[in-house]
Design a protein around this ligand. Structure first.
Ligand code: SF4
Length: 488
């Protein structure tokens, strides 16, 4: 969610907990589940503690269980609960400091540890830690050190001994503490009053997308300046200068090449094709193959050499020339939780063997994945490196030579295809975008064994259809671009 610093968001969460915007959809649930898995694993890195494992709303029991655990000298308490000044907090890990940890000079009380699934400390982690510290100190606990325990990208499976990094944020949190009582008082008063008025702004989408944006944000006119390619950050400035939509921008307004083409296309109300398109398509002369990967990015790696959040290809779709002028579709999708990379790489090499060039959209992504496969599979490395060298990218061809008003300032395949190849529609597909595909792939690989055979078969079919649509879309997009180049 958006930064919890937004009082309006907090007010709605407190007063409308059943709001439809707060319903947990599958993708939010997947994020929560991942956070719970990371949290549970983090505890094993601060071993020997007592888990306060009680229902969320059993406040008094949680407080009492925490008191008992501390009184009995537990070396750590997980989900330790405290309340002071009417503020209730739960600490991911509360560690009793020992001589061996900090040395005699700094030996003090407890270390408060906030566990995060990120791979670094973020500014937005600190307010939470500050409030927890304040409440614990007001409860009489000697908190001498504060940490954010986050995932470590340098960790490589199977050695998970360094999966977490414990970052000392004591100084950063101490610097904020003086302001915390005032912030808590202001928040308490705010929650007791009417819905506060908060202006919309970057905080609505950074660091997280707020679920209430539709309630708060005014409906923007079509082609608002915020849709200008790569100029979203300057939208407010342009709006204030009186340029509300792209129609308002004068011809000589300084813009990057793609944004200027966007302005011309929007103002003219039709597709613009640069005369340079034909030359840009020379690298795509047939016969060429087409390739698309789908990946999973696991917070806790499970395959050899993988780091937290590595994007590991577990599915591909390809369209490959058959030698007779036609394209042959190919697909590969992993089965079960085992390492998919050796079988995927073998199949990919076999399928793409004879292809002179391989077209991808944003080919850097496919290229990076193939090079990572090469690093993980030394016996196939040379062939995989050669394959990566044959990739050609269609995205810059579109971005640098074509603009349709319906792109809406984006060159993603999901925006470009409906505008240029309108007969190809993702709307009929059960899976229609990449984030859902990645979540569903994770579900299929790691929980497919517990599914009914029909459900599993249906999920596989949906994933295959989605990935096929991406490569078939590339085929049709290249055809369309060739047609446009011919008529440009
Ligand atoms: S959309 Fe923005 S202003 Fe509205 S509640 Fe969310 S963060 Fe606050």
């Amino acid at each position: 969610m958006a930064g919890l610093q937004c009082h309006k968001l907090l007010w709605w969460m407190a007063h409308e907990p059943a709001a439809p915007e707060l319903e947990i959809d599958e993708s939010r649930q997947a994020v929560f589940d991942q956070g719970h898995r990371v949290g549970a694993l983090a505890r094993t890195y601060v071993p020997g503690g007592v888990l306060i494992d009680l229902p969320y709303n059993a406040y008094e029991q949680r407080l009492e269980a925490t008191r008992q655990a501390l009184a009995q000298g537990a070396p750590a308490v997980y989900e330790a609960a405290f309340r002071a000044d009417w503020v209730f907090v739960s600490v991911d890990i509360l560690e009793r400091l020992g001589l061996e940890r900090l040395g005699p000079e700094t030996l003090r009380g407890f270390c408060l540890i906030e566990v995060k699934s990120t791979t670094s400390v973020k500014e937005q982690h600190l307010p939470d830690v500050a409030v927890q510290t304040q409440v614990l100190r007001r409860s009489g606990l000697d908190v001498g050190r504060m940490e954010v325990m986050h995932l470590n990208r340098a960790c490589a499976y199977p050695d998970l001994s360094n999966l977490f990094t414990r970052a000392d944020v004591t100084e950063l949190v101490e610097a904020r503490l003086a302001a915390v009582p005032g912030e808590i008082a202001a928040m308490t008063a705010m929650l007791a009053g009417p819905l506060p008025s908060v202006a919309t702004g970057p905080h609505c989408s950074t660091p997280y997308e707020c679920p209430f944006t539709e309630r708060c944000w005014p409906v923007l006119p079509a082609h608002h300046v915020s849709t200008l390619y790569a100029m979203r950050r300057r939208a407010l400035e342009l709006d204030e200068l009186g340029y509300r939509t792209i129609f308002d921008l004068p011809e000589d307004f300084p813009l990057g090449a793609a944004a200027d083409r966007q302005r011309r296309a929007v103002q003219a109300g039709h597709l613009i094709v640069e005369p340079t398109l034909a030359a840009a398509l020379a690298r795509f002369a047939p016969p060429v193959a087409f390739l698309d990967f789908e990946t999973v990015g696991l917070a806790i790696p499970v395959w050899d050499g993988c780091h937290p959040y590595d994007a590991v290809p577990v599915q591909f779709s390809a369209q490959v020339p058959d030698g007779g002028g036609a394209l042959q579709p190919h697909a590969w999708l992993a089965e079960g939780p085992g390492d998919p990379r050796p079988a995927l790489a073998e199949r990919l090499l076999a399928v793409c063997e004879g292809a002179r060039a391989i077209v991808a959209y944003n080919a850097r992504f496919e290229g990076d994945r193939i090079r990572e496969l090469a690093a993980a599979l030394p016996h196939l490395a040379a062939r995989l490196e050669a394959l990566a060298g044959r990739l050609v990218d269609l995205l810059p061809v579109v971005r640098n030579h074509v603009y349709h008003p319906d792109f809406g300032g984006s060159f993603s395949l999901k925006r470009v295809l409906p505008a240029l190849v309108p007969e190809l529609d993702y709307r009929g597909l059960a899976i229609a975008e990449g984030e859902t595909a990645s979540l569903e792939l994770g579900r299929l690989l790691f929980h497919g064994g517990a599914m009914e055979p029909e459900e599993r078969a249906r999920l596989r079919a949906d994933l295959l259809a989605y990935c096929h649509q991406d490569t078939w879309g590339l085929v049709r997009l290249l055809e369309r671009l060739r047609g446009l180049a011919g008529g440009a």
